[in-house]
Design a protein around this ligand. Sequence first.
Ligand SMILES: [Zn+2]
Length: 476
Amino acid sequence: MNYELTLGLEVHTELSTKTKIFCNCTTEFGGEQNTHVCEGCLGMPGTLPVLNKSVVDYAIKTGLATNCSITQFNKFDRKNYFYPDLPKAYQISQLYFPICQNGFVEVNTDDGNTKRVRIKEIHMEEDAGKLIHDPWEDCTLIDYNRGAVPLLEIVSEPDLSSAQEAIEYLEKLRAILQYVGVSDCKMQEGSFRADINLSVRPVGQKELGVRTEMKNMNSFKAIARAIESESKRQIELIEEGKTVLQETRRWDDNKGKSFAMRSKENAQDYKYFPDPDLPPIEISDKQIEDIRKSLPELPEQKKLRYVTQLGLPEYDTGIITNSVHLVALFEKTAELCGNPKEAANWIMVELMKLLNDSATLPEDMSFDDTSLAKIINLLAENKITRDTAKKVFAKVFEDDVDPEQYIKDNNLAVMTDNTLIKSTIEKVVADNQKSVDEYKGGKTQALQYLIGQSMRALRGQAPAQEVTKILKELLD
Ligand SMILES: [Zn+2]
């Protein structure tokens, strides 16, 4: 039997406001444990929350950028549960009136089409503290620095049907959040994490299968593996005549398996009720319009402009526009060297290779746009060969050296002394009599070999065209 997969994602993103959602403590990541805290975010009795207005602006920005309608009268609710990382024993969240509703994000599907993934709602809430288990002392420590850092929870409809689509959606969503500047979306720091809701059903069956949830996934690779593994597990259960239980599961990426954690709780288990300490939020038409006008060019618009105005290949524009860091590098380099195509090419070929090989993220690159623009210009002016340019770029990527200085220090500029080039090639010809005879006997590959030998003797610093020309003159 064939099965189909139904996936919905809940993304939690930490907002990059300076202060927390209901107090003046800093939202800065890390720091010494329990130093970014006050009576308020430690949940002490008698303290009152005061809403940070930037959080509302950030939520509206995100809603508009994801085609949502803004709920102009919305409010906060208490989600009650006890856990050591939540000292108040309730989380301030939004259940009845989330600030954004009914939006969508467009993603590319496996077959090359686009698909709308609907966004059910986006709501504001506070993050919890962090539990750190110490295996040596066999105890658990708590750091409340993260407590009450503002979060947006972005809830999609179950519109996704493969791991590939889920990743496309997450990449697009992350790019949008970074473009509008509401979050740095650093997955390794937990500021962009996803819960996966997943069910399977036989193709043709109308009602959805029983779904499970995997929480707090913070790497794209792990998410893709978890989706593959969980859908396989559910299909196997159905095939064996067993039932899939509605539950929350924990993904262990090292073991490549998920484990049952607890039966899934429903909204009623949390005894939500409106928070009596916070007044409702009223958002005016003007506030929405002002924010709409302030939105930057978004990934889809940028992509279209790159294709139509700059003539870049669609595939390349998709990769570049998915990262706010690559966009910044591309746009500044293109401006500095005046050659957008060449700038995009260097990013797509050489930079991608270096990033992959060194497992570096675009946000962690140390070099800047001026270096790449310099290399492109030196190459265009024939001051270095393409081989040299690649070598210099790798060095710039590694150690952030100045390209011009590095070329000068290592004597890498193109050789302009034609007499020296010619005498070097003459020596190569004299040393490779066998290949010369083969070439004269009609073997064209022999010429390639001689070009290679000559280039090596010239340390790759002579223009290839010039070398070929001189060789042919000597041989013919
Ligand atoms: Zn505080």
